[in-house]
Design a binder for this molecule. Structure first.
Ligand SMILES: [Zn+2]
Ligand SMILES: [Zn+2]
Length: 169
């Protein structure tokens, strides 16, 4: 069988380069990885990306649970601008009791930038400034290898780990 599952943050995480949704996240965990498609805050996989003759039926999918609470995810990329991640590690945090994917994390966590002009954000670590597009709530500071984010924006998650989410669709 295959060696990974798909993970879909919901709403999708925003591309730090252009603000579009990131897609294609994959991850490996202790349980069976059979190309199941897991969604944030939903307990069982919603789909299985395999040929019809080996896909579990709906009842079978409903019995599946994530059995590992911290699962690294990778391969998220932007289909609009082609941005791919490097130097940063994303993972999902699932509730150990219910298996529900509760939160999406990035290490190291983003730092709050200061807005120095209408669409310009300044890295608090190196003072480089970057121009943001409309609706773009974070960007990567290349010299620091850190994400810098605005304090507003459509974030989901707790505290330092609140990640900017892209509009659906
Ligand atoms: Zn992009
Ligand atoms: Zn910096």
């Amino acid at each position: 069988m295959s060696l990974f599952d798909y993970f879909e943050p919901s709403p999708p995480i925003q591309c730090p380069a252009c603000g579009a949704p990131l897609a294609g996240w994959q991850g490996k965990h202790w349980g069976d990885c059979c190309l199941f498609v897991w969604h944030e805050r939903i307990q069982a996989p919603l789909d299985q990306r395999v040929d019809d003759d080996c896909r579990l039926d709906t009842a079978g999918l409903l019995t599946r649970r994530l059995e590992q609470d911290l699962i690294p995810i990778y391969a998220g990329e932007c289909h609009s601008c082609g941005h791919k991640w490097k130097d940063l590690m994303f993972s999902i945090l699932a509730d150990a009791r219910t298996g529900i994917w509760e939160e999406t994390l990035v290490e190291p966590p983003p730092v709050d930038g200061s807005m120095i002009d209408k669409n310009w954000i300044q890295c608090p670590l190196c003072a480089n400034a970057y121009e943001l597009k409309d609706d773009q709530c974070w960007t990567v500071c290349e010299p620091c290898k850190r994400l810098i984010k605005t304090k507003d924006g459509s974030e989901q998650g707790r505290g330092a780990y609140a990640l900017p989410r892209a509009a659906h669709g």
